[in-house]
Design a protein around this ligand. Structure first.
Ligand code: ARG
Length: 276
């Protein structure tokens, strides 16, 4: 099982990611408990932190594409929310909050330029990879705050992949990707208290070897991490999780995205994986 795989056996696979430069980043409204519009933000700091992430992925050999930011859409830097892309099929998000609804058009336009076998917008509320995480075999699908439960059936039908629904209960962890991350080889890490008792039981049964995060690591968004199968980029403050990952043969790399955290997002939120 996934427990102590030696480091040399952890294999990174080259990935394609979509990111969005935080040109218009700001916190002008509050749609999650992290967002306080009274607190000043710095676009320059946000941009340099985001740039570090972009350069880190490129340095790891991943192919990073960019979608143009749109003025008036300050959360567009969180590209993970734009869609779910699996097997070359693209299901573009339908955002819960009106403040983010216009982002969908930008993603429809970007994916509409070609290269994808099917592109359409979700009919039900669905915040893309914020709530939908592909493990390589199944799609783990969050609900409770943003994506609605009936969207999970739509995802199952559209992708023809198994979907496991999980209910989030702590408003700090309003998207699945703030409470759970896929590491690779059917291995995940998550913060149990972010889930309903039923969902916790499902996770414990299906992923008995998962890395379980402590509150302190979850609270600094340590689970908003991105793995390529070997390197795991995660918020630098999540030192406990980094140590657990190292024990399991992964290479944790600490990111400082403090500016973007003011909007309730970090590493994974900034990154949409493009799976052909
Ligand atoms: N302010 C954004 C929102 O509340 C943050 C989105 C973070 N993205 C993510 N994938 N969790 O929608």
């Amino acid at each position: 099982m996934g427990v102590k795989v030696p480091h040399e056996q952890r294999k990174a696979s080259p990935r394609k990611y979509l990111m969005c430069r935080p040109t218009y980043f700001d916190v002008t409204y509050s749609i999650n408990p992290w967002m306080d519009p009274e607190r000043p933000t710095s676009m320059e700091t946000g941009l340099s932190q985001w740039k570090w992430l972009f350069d880190t992925y490129a340095g790891l050999g991943h192919d990073v594409r960019l979608i143009e930011p749109v003025p008036g859409l300050p959360d567009m830097v969180f590209a993970a929310n734009g869609a779910l892309v699996v097997d070359g099929k693209v299901l573009v998000a339908r955002f819960r909050h009106p403040q983010r609804r216009d982002e969908s058009a930008a993603y429809l336009e970007w994916f509409g330029r070609g290269g994808w076998s099917e592109v359409r917008q979700a009919e039900y509320l669905n915040e893309g990879e914020g709530d939908l995480l592909f493990t390589g075999t199944e799609i783990l699908a969050g609900t409770g705050f943003r994506t609605e439960a009936r969207a999970h059936d739509e995802v199952r039908e559209f992708f023809g992949r198994p979907v496991t629904g999980l209910t989030l209960v702590d408003p700090r962890f309003y998207h699945l990707d703030t409470a759970l991350a896929v590491l690779g080889d059917g291995e995940i890490m998550y913060y149990p208290a972010a889930f309903s008792p039923e969902s916790r039981a499902v996770l414990a049964e299906r992923y008995p070897d998962a890395v379980l995060a402590e509150e302190a690591d979850a609270a600094v968004f340590g689970l908003n991490a991105l793995s390529d199968g070997r390197t795991v980029v995660l918020p630098r403050a999540a030192t406990g999780l980094a140590a657990r990952l190292r024990e399991r043969g992964y290479d944790p790399v600490g990111a400082d995205l403090a500016e973007l955290l003011k909007a309730g997002g970090s590493v994974k939120c900034c990154t949409l994986e493009l799976r052909e």
